[in-house]
Design a protein around this ligand. Structure first.
Ligand code: 5GP
Length: 178
């Protein structure tokens, strides 16, 4: 808890980004601090190990900050890493998941062979806000044939009810935030 408070102090709140009235929590000061980066990735690994359900075969990170946190997490867990990318970036055959943002639409994609049948996959992103992005990530992982081990975040913006929005896509798999 003390550690989480210390990490929280390193986040920069940016008013009116990316739109008027929205406060954006910028994690780059935390990423740029060697000790904080180690503590944050360590805390994520600890939270992942505490999830019910056992082994994690793959960590699936949402572009782009989910990549930064997801690769060290995968290494710490002895898991592989799957990038869930914005549309049009991956070179080979992809499966796409469309979803709604507060303003407009977005899509994420993964390679169609990224998840072996029955692999247990943990979804990671930096921030859980409304839950739309994470829901799309969880749905995509399941469409690829994975079994959801859960969803993990560095920061949860609790006022936005992201957990409730995410519950359907998770189908009972656990959520955790550092
Ligand atoms: P959601 O789909 O839950 O509304 O938004 C979550 C997605 O938008 C995540 O991919 C996350 O990286 C990004 N996001 C939304 N709000 C913030 C924020 O305040 N700070 C950061 N760093 N990312 C955010």
């Amino acid at each position: 808890e003390d550690d989480a408070a210390g990490l929280l102090a390193l986040l920069r709140s940016v008013p009116d980004h990316p739109a008027p009235g929205v406060t954006f929590w910028d994690i780059t000061p935390l990423l740029g601090d060697a000790q904080a980066l180690a503590r944050a990735t360590g805390a994520l690994a600890e939270a992942a190990r505490a999830l019910p359900g056992g082994r994690i075969d793959l960590v699936a990170g949402v572009e782009a900050r989910g990549f930064v946190l997801g690769a060290p997490l995968a290494l710490a867990l002895g898991a592989g890493f799957v990038p869930l990318r914005k549309a049009g970036k991956l070179p080979w055959r992809t499966v796409r998941q469309d979803y709604s943002l507060e303003y407009g639409e977005a899509s994420i994609e993964a390679h169609e062979d990224a998840v072996p049948a029955g692999a247990r996959v943990l979804v990671i992103d930096d921030v859980l806000a409304t839950g739309g992005t994470a829901s799309a990530a969880c749905t995509l992982v399941q469409r690829l044939g994975g079994e959801l081990a859960g969803a993990l975040f560095l920061l949860e913006l609790v006022g936005l009810d992201g957990r409730a929005a995410l519950a359907t896509a998770l189908g009972g798999a656990p959520v955790a935030a550092v």
